[in-house]
Design a binder for this molecule. Structure first.
Ligand code: SAH
Ligand code: SF4
Length: 380
């Protein structure tokens, strides 16, 4: 079988080339063609020696997931559904804003962590994406948005501000830190000046809080970190996010503090999905302030995005505002995420793709509205 070159970062490609007695600079050339210029045809890699082009054609390929659907929302948000084989599809979303363009990408087909409020989680889990499938989402979006530099397009015209995709967030389907090695390879490509050349501050990993993997990320490749918090107490977080039973809040807060020693940003972003009557009271806002008092942070409140068969409801705008006010009075910078691309189901937690569930989760009983309220009541 041919080697798919999209599975390699610079070190991997250099090692593979060394196995063919090719020098590291050859690997750099090919890396640039693939990831900087968006060229997949070895014959068109004009500065690569002819014998090497022939050799690559024989032994290698530059294979990407196929685009099954490409949807554009009224607000400019774009969503791609990519075929990753065996009936699995994953989604990526581009969100244009005035001063930046953010691509949100997926890291797994489904997710095994089963958070109560998440549509990806409810679909179950099939498998980790490969590094090529993760970085392939960035490649596909760049091509669709005409964001590759091209060897003939001068570098000067390509400052960061001129890029369409200036930021990448690993906040799509799946838990990035449960697919560590492949995510790491993809992150290295995103940051590599011979590939996508993004700044560490503009690449964000979002995690539900896998503590040992937060430490590994800190040591291997620190980028901006977002942590899905969603509850001020272990009792409630245990119910909403089963991972909390393994890594409770005190351990998570300690991992955040350790991360900040090496983070390119001097704060952690805490994501907090606003669930009506479950985690959105004034008392809970005050508990949160106590919980994070030793962790420099910002809060990003996410109004819950409903999906079929969910029992949760979105907090009212007034309750969200009140919650944000309390955090801000404690000098915690708090933003409320605007729902984008709702007409194409592209908002947070709505990415569903297609998952051939191997965990039979969909056959288990869904949380009822009654159950959601019961959770809130037993804890208040
Ligand atoms: N697994 C990672 C990254 C993917 S989820 C994580 O959990 O952080 C990206 C964000 O969307 C997380 O903060 C997640 O909690 C949030 N989210 C999940 N379901 C949601 C929903 N239905 N409405 C709003 N946000 C949701
Ligand atoms: Fe997985 Fe994140 Fe969804 Fe939880 S919120 S089920 S960790 S994708």
């Amino acid at each position: 079988m041919k080697q798919n070159l999209f599975e390699f970062d610079a070190a991997g490609l250099t090692a593979w080339f060394a196995g063919m007695d090719e020098k590291p600079f050859r690997a750099r050339q090919v890396l640039r063609w693939l990831h900087q210029f968006g060229e997949r045809d070895f014959e068109r890699m004009t500065d690569v020696a002819r014998h090497l082009r022939a050799c690559l054609a024989e032994r290698a390929e530059a294979r990407l997931p196929r685009v099954l659907r490409d949807a554009a929302a009224a607000d400019g948000t774009r969503k791609w559904l990519l075929d990753v084989g065996e009936g699995n599809g994953v989604e990526s979303v581009f969100i244009p804003e005035a001063h930046r363009g953010t691509l949100c990408i997926s890291t797994q087909a489904g997710c095994a962590l089963d958070c109560a409020f998440c549509s990806t989680g409810k679909q179950g889990f099939n498998r980790n994406l490969t590094a090529g499938e993760i970085i392939g989402q960035l490649w596909v979006a760049k091509q669709a948005l005409d964001d590759f530099r091209g060897p003939s397009r001068p570098a000067e015209a390509d400052g960061v501000s001129a890029r369409v995709i200036s930021n990448v967030v690993l906040m799509g389907m799946g838990e990035p830190l449960a697919n560590f090695e492949h995510v790491l390879t993809a992150l290295r490509l995103m940051l590599d000046d011979n590939a996508y050349g993004l700044s560490r501050r503009r690449v964000t990993v979002s995690t539900s809080g896998i503590v040992p993997a937060i430490d590994r990320l800190r040591d291997a490749c620190p980028v901006a970190l977002a942590v899905s918090l969603h509850a001020p107490s272990d009792a409630l977080r245990d119910q909403l996010m089963p991972i909390n039973r393994k890594y409770p809040l005190a351990e998570l807060m300690a991992a955040c503090r350790r991360y900040l020693e090496k983070s390119p940003r001097d704060f952690i972003t805490f994501e907090y999905v606003m669930l009506d009557g479950v985690n959105d009271s004034e008392a809970q806002a005050r508990d949160l302030i106590r919980l994070v008092r030793d962790v420099p942070c910002k809060f990003n409140l996410i109004p819950f995005n409903p999906f079929p068969a969910t029992a949760f409801r979105r907090s009212s705008a007034q309750r969200v505002r009140r919650f944000a006010d309390i955090l801000m009075q404690a000098h915690i910078i708090t933003t409320t995420r605007k729902a984008r691309g709702e007409d194409i189901d592209a908002a947070c937690g709505q990415l569903a793709g297609q998952v051939r569930d191997r965990t039979q989760r969909q056959q288990r009983a869904p949380h009822s509205r009654h159950h959601a309220i019961a959770i809130a009541e037993t804890l208040s």
